[in-house]
Design a binder for this molecule. Sequence first.
Ligand SMILES: [Zn+2]
Length: 52
Amino acid sequence: MCSAGGPIEVDLNDPLKDRGKKYRCNDCGQTFTGLGKHPMCPSCQSENVTEI
Ligand SMILES: [Zn+2]
């Protein structure tokens, strides 16, 4: 048996690719990357945003 601590495999292929879309908040002008169908402004928590 050769069970010496081998190298830990690190998955370099990030499964969570950048799938976010960019949005701009219509209330405060903040631009951010949102996920999901109802992105929310991280600055003012407004859902009044436009995809850019
Ligand atoms: Zn905002």
